[in-house]
Design a binder for this molecule. Sequence first.
Ligand code: C2E
Ligand code: CA
Ligand code: CA
Length: 512
Amino acid sequence: MNPDEDIQDARLQQLVDGIVRLAAGELSARIEPSEQRDEIDAVITGVNLLAEELGHIHADLEARVTARTAMLRRTQVELEQMAKTDALTGLANRILLNERINDAILASAHGGNAPAVLILDLDSFKAINDTLGHSAGDAVLVEVSSRLRAAVRASDTVARLGGDEFAVLITGATEAEILHIAHRAWEALQESVDIGTETVWATASIGVCLRDPGYTAEELMRDADIAMYQAKAQGRNKVQLFHPDMLNAVQERSRITAELRTAAASGHLALLYQPVIELASGRVAGVEALVRWHHPVHGTIMPDKFISIAEETGLILELGRWVLHEGITQLSRWKTAAPELTNFRLHLNLSAAELLRSDLLEDVQATLATHEVEPCRLVLEITETVLMSRRTGEEQVLSGLRALGIGLQIDDFGTGYSSISYLRSLPADAVKVDHALIKDLDSDPQQQKFVSAILQLISAAELEAIVEGVETAGQAAKLEEMGCLYGQGYYYGRPVPASDILDRVRSTEPHR
Ligand code: C2E
Ligand code: CA
Ligand code: CA
C-alpha cells in the first residue's frame, strides 16, 4: 500500500465517521477537507454543505414546532377558560367554583378563616322569561351577575351555577364579614332592573353556609343549597344562614320520600273512615276517608307528616290514585253489605296537583263504573286555596266532575283566604267549616255570633255547611241550634277502620 493510499484511507475513514455523526443527529458535525482538493474533498465539501442545509431545515422545523406548541397551549388555556366560565355572564361556572372552593379549603387547612359559600336563586325568573322572552331573561342574568360582582370583594368568586342560580365563594373573611357580604349581595338585587321599557325585579333567596374547617366543597354547596331552600320557604328575597337542624329535616324528608314511594305497593297505606252526621236526625250521612301510613318501623304515621311531602314530590298522584281505588272499592263493599243505605256518601280528599292530573276524570269515572257505584255517592273535598286560585285546567276538571254528578266540597273553610264573594262563584255544593272556627263555640258568645253569620252566608250562597272538628256536646248543641246541616268530629265519632262503619251507621239509622 503506498502512502497516498494511506492518506486517502484515513480521509475516507474521516468521511465515514462524519457521515455517521450526522446521521446520528449531530448536525453541527463537519468534516475537515484536505489540501489535496481532489474528488474525496469534493465529496467532503458536498457532505458539509448538505449538513449545513440539514441544520437550517432542522432549526426551521424546531422553530415551527415551538410556535405550534405555544399556539396549542394558548388554545388549550382558552378552552380550559371556556370550560370554566359561563358563556352568557363571563362568571365562573360550577367547575371553576368547585376548584376554587377546594383551593380555599386547602389554604385554610393551615389556619385562617374557613371559606364560606352563598347560593342565590332568583325568585321570579321564570315569570320574566315566560312573559318578556328569553333575551330579556338573558339581560336580567347579565345585570344580576354584574351587580353581584360589584357587591362582593375582588377576591371572592362569583359563579353562575346554571339557569337563575348563582353562587359566591368568600375566602379569608370572618363570620361578620361574610354575613355583611351576603347582605350586600341581597341589597344589590333590591333595585329593579330595566329591560327596554319594562321594569322587573330580580330579587333572590340566598342561602349561606359558613362552617368550621374540615368541611368538603360538596358539603359546603349542599348546606348552602339547603339554607337557600329554607329562605325560599320562608317567603323568598331573604338571606338564610345554614343550621345543622335543617340538614336533619332534609334527610328526614328524603327518607320519608323514598319510603313513601313504595308504601302503597307494599300495602302499608290504609284508610280510616270518619262519620259525617246529619245533625237534625243524627243519621250517618257518609264517611270521610283519611289516609294512614302503617310504617313497619315507625308505626302509624299521620297524614300531616307525609301529605305535604307527597304533594311536593309528586307522589301525591300515586297516593291519590290508591285512595280513590281503595275508597270506592270499600264503598261498593258497603253497598253490597247494606243495600238499604241508598244515600250514604264517601268523601275523599283531593290535593291541588291531582286536579291537574290529565286522567283524573276518566279514572274517577272508570273506577265508579267498575264498582257499579253511582257518581252521586262520591264527594271530593278540595281545600279552598285550590278553589280560589283555580286555573282554566282545574276549572274544566271541576266542571267535569260536577257534570258527572259527583259532589264537590270546599275543605278547611276559614283557614285560607276565605273570601265570601267567591263562595257564590265556586263550583262546589257544600262547605266544610274548619274546626279552628268553632274552638270556643260552647263558651264564647262572640264566636257563636260569628259562626252563625258564617253559616248564614254559606246558606245564602246556596251551599250546604258541614262543621268539622266537633268535639263536645256543647258545640254540637249550638250548631244544631244554629241550623247547621252536617257535623263531623270526635264527638260523633273518630276515624275508624272500614269494618266498624256499618255497625255505627245501623245504630243511628232513623227507625222506619
Ligand atoms: P282534613 O281533610 O281537614 O281532615 C280532617 C282532619 O281532622 C283529620 O285529620 C281528622 O282525623 C281530624 N279530625 C276529625 N275530627 C276531629 C276533631 O274532633 N278534633 C280534631 N282536633 N281533629 C279532628 P287527619 O286524618 O290527621 O288528616 C289530616 C289532613 O290530611 C286532612 O285534613 C287532609 O287534608 C289530609 N288527608 C288525609 N287523608 C288524605 C288523602 O287521602 N288525600 C289527601 N290529599 N289528603 C289527605
Ligand atoms: Ca277533608
Ligand atoms: Ca278539613
